[in-house]
Design a protein around this ligand. Structure first.
Ligand SMILES: Nc1ncnc2c1ncn2[C@@H]1O[C@H](COP(=O)(O)OP(=O)(O)OP(=O)(O)O)[C@@H](O)[C@H]1O
Length: 470
């Protein structure tokens, strides 16, 4: 969201009364942050202005000389159906309002209506148009599947189709002022996606990251909104909050699923009203940052359990993207392995080692509860221990072996007997033969790895293989 042009399309105010045009532009600027507002005193000029194509919303009066508001409304609906219209009239007549709505007006207000109501209606129209534009953008991009700025994703190694779809989606919504929700297990790269979305947003401000897990409500409010001097005991100096730090940029709230209920209400208010109060101040400040949130939690479940507010959830998921776990994209393992080996070698000042042929295949048999972060740590560990030319498998085999019992999900799940559904049981030696063959296949022929998968020693596996061959 850039300060220079909000909304991205023009808002045209049409009335023959200059005082009204001036006052409504001021109200829209100060209360709703709209600064892409133009005015027109002669209704006959409106169609010419719309022909230029950069106006998305027209707010018009009904009683105007030459071309009345109603005639103009009819012409706009006919010739520019893509333009949204709002009527703000001096006439408090139900029939007129109904006629205008039938002609396609999005809202009908009376000039004497409260300012807040008019501003609220204009903001609703702006959001609706933004969503239409985002939807169009997303569907066009997803159909073409092409990235205009692949460089924004340079730090994310992948060749996986689902990940590339994530990139396409993120690129399509990157310029939207609506929040972006990124979900996925821990360590899948959600923060990298948030960085890419910020890069693509075209915002000139910073990306400010706040991990909200474990923040109590007072700390959350202070961190986000800041405080004025003397706001509480010990507040000797005023402090800018992160919302302000991120002005004209992006505020990335990580671990949003862990946000306490009281803080959820504060965040919702910020998103709904587009303004906030630093602690101890009664002067509101405008939200000028785009909001991105991420979580490894299942927000649908949290919402159903009553630990995440439904209204906030719906507000946050206007744009949402799921980053698949590494288990769901084993085709990324060889590429990431190579990427992290190069990176680790450079960081550790070593020559990039050569991986054993069967390493990538071995890693695809592991379920990576810690996802890419875990793979990265494994590779760094192996490279730091590495001496010769060929990277040793040992540290990977150990890491996988140590991690297996720590994986709570697998450990707590009762082991199912794969033979339970068999009508005819295989013989003992046939079953052992199938098991050994499967382990050798998964380990790409490496006996040490296969033995590890089977929980026996390599010599014991070797004996079994010999027996099977005889
Ligand atoms: N596709 C990838 N290519 C290169 N590095 C990656 C990739 N995915 C993740 N990483 C690296 O893995 C680590 C974890 O990534 P990141 O912090 O983005 O994950 P996350 O999903 O935000 O995790 P958490 O939920 O725990 O915050 C980082 O060091 C990141 O650089």
């Amino acid at each position: 969201m850039t300060q220079q042009n909000y909304p991205a399309f023009g808002v045209l105010l049409v009335d023959d009364e200059p005082a009204w045009l001036k006052s409504l532009s001021l109200v829209l600027r100060s209360c709703a942050g709209l600064n892409n507002v133009r005015t027109c005193q002669d209704s006959r000029e409106v169609l010419g202005l719309l022909a230029r194509g950069d106006i998305g919303l027209v707010i018009l009066d009904l009683t105007m000389p030459h071309l009345s508001g109603q005639e103009l409304l009819e012409q706009i609906s006919e010739q520019h159906p893509e333009v949204t219209t709002i009527v703000v009239s001096g006439l408090n007549q139900l029939e007129t309002a109904v006629r205008c709505m039938k002609l396609g007006a999005f809202e009908y207000f009376i000039k004497t209506d409260e300012e807040d109501r008019i501003v609220g209606g204009v903001l609703r129209a702006v959001r609706m148009k933004e969503m239409q534009r985002d939807y169009l953008e997303v569907s066009t991009r997803l159909v073409s599947g092409e990235l205009c700025h692949p460089e924004a994703f340079a730090s994310i190694g992948t060749r996986n189709r689902a990940m590339l779809n994530v990139f396409t989606y993120v690129e399509a919504v990157a310029k939207s002022p609506q929040p972006l929700l990124i979900t996925g297990e821990s360590g899948v790269g959600k923060e990298l996606i948030a960085q890419a979305a910020h890069r693509l947003s075209g915002c000139c401000g910073k990306l400010v990251t706040v991990n909200v897990a474990g923040l109590d409500d007072a700390v959350f409010a202070d961190t986000l909104f800041g405080h004025v001097r003397g706001a509480f005991t010990g507040a000797d100096q005023p402090r800018r909050g992160m919302v302000e730090e991120a002005a004209d940029g992006t505020l990335f709230l990580d671990e949003i699923g862990d946000l306490r209920i009281a803080s959820q209400i504060k965040l919702l208010r910020l998103l709904q009203e587009g303004e906030f109060f630093p602690l101890g101040s009664d002067q509101p400040k405008c939200l000028k940052a785009r909001i991105i949130v991420a979580t490894h939690q299942n927000l649908v479940e949290k919402e159903a359990a009553g630990t995440f507010r439904r209204d906030l959830f719906y507000r946050l998921r206007t744009h949402k993207v799921y980053v698949p776990s590494l288990r769901e994209r084993p085709d990324d393992i060889p590429l990431l392995l190579d990427h992290f080996m190069g990176e680790a070698a450079q960081v550790l000042g070593k020559k990039k080692p050569t991986p054993p042929r069967e390493l990538a295949q071995f890693l695809t048999t592991y379920n990576f509860p810690g996802n890419v972060r875990e793979l990265k740590a494994m590779v760094y560990d192996a490279v730091s221990l590495h001496r010769g030319r060929m990277l040793s498998m040992d540290s990977f085999i150990n890491a996988v072996g140590q991690s297996q019992p720590a994986n709570e999900e697998t450990a707590s799940r009762p082991k199912q007997n794969p033979f339970a559904s068999f009508v005819d049981l295989p013989t003992f030696s046939d079953a052992a033969g199938f098991l050994v063959a499967e382990a050798m296949h998964r380990a790409n022929g490496n006996q040490t790895m296969a033995a590890r998968l089977l929980g026996i020693s390599q010599p014991a596996l070797n004996r079994r293989l010999k027996m099977l061959r005889d």
